[in-house]
Design a protein around this ligand. Structure first.
Ligand code: AMP
Ligand code: ZN
Length: 128
């Protein structure tokens, strides 16, 4: 089995922030400047299998990282989300929260945001 890249980062201390149960580091293939991942320290693929304490630790770090990214990158908006399971698009089997800073004009029409996971259904405002 391939070693987990996120466990490797945590073991190496290659993180930008951490607390008892969670850690944060830059996404290796960022979709926008500052794209950050917040993960549990324990290896578990399923976000919903994490304890409430682990989920809370992730949310606390997400808020801290949001403030850091706001200061460092000056984004105008954020997307926050978790892919849970292969059919939802999860490609790394260690649960993680994506924190994605967004910038004016980074896509032509940002409306819908996370709705674009199902492109055919994303647009509900047709005619507006
Ligand atoms: P997901 O598709 O939700 O499982 O997201 C996996 C994320 O992990 C993607 O955004 C990748 O760019 C990112 N990623 C993959 N390998 C690494 C790595 N070794 N270090 C940091 N981020 C990674
Ligand atoms: Zn892992």
């Amino acid at each position: 089995m391939k070693p987990c890249p996120f466990c490797a980062r945590i073991a190496a201390g290659d993180v930008v922030a951490e607390n008892d149960l969670a850690a944060a580091f830059p996404d290796g293939f960022p979709v926008s400047p500052g794209h950050t991942l917040i993960v549990p320290k324990r290896h578990e693929a399923d976000f919903f299998a994490l304890s409430v304490e682990e989920q809370e630790a992730i949310h606390v770090l997400t808020r801290i990282e949001k403030e850091r990214l706001a200061g460092e990158y000056g984004p105008s908006a954020f997307n926050v989300g978790v892919n849970v399971g292969a059919d939802a698009g999860q490609t790394v089997g260690h649960a993680h929260m994506h924190l994605i800073p967004r910038y004016p004009g980074d896509v032509e029409d940002p409306r819908g945001g996370i709705r674009w996971i199902i492109p055919d259904k994303a647009v509900y405002w047709q005619g507006d």
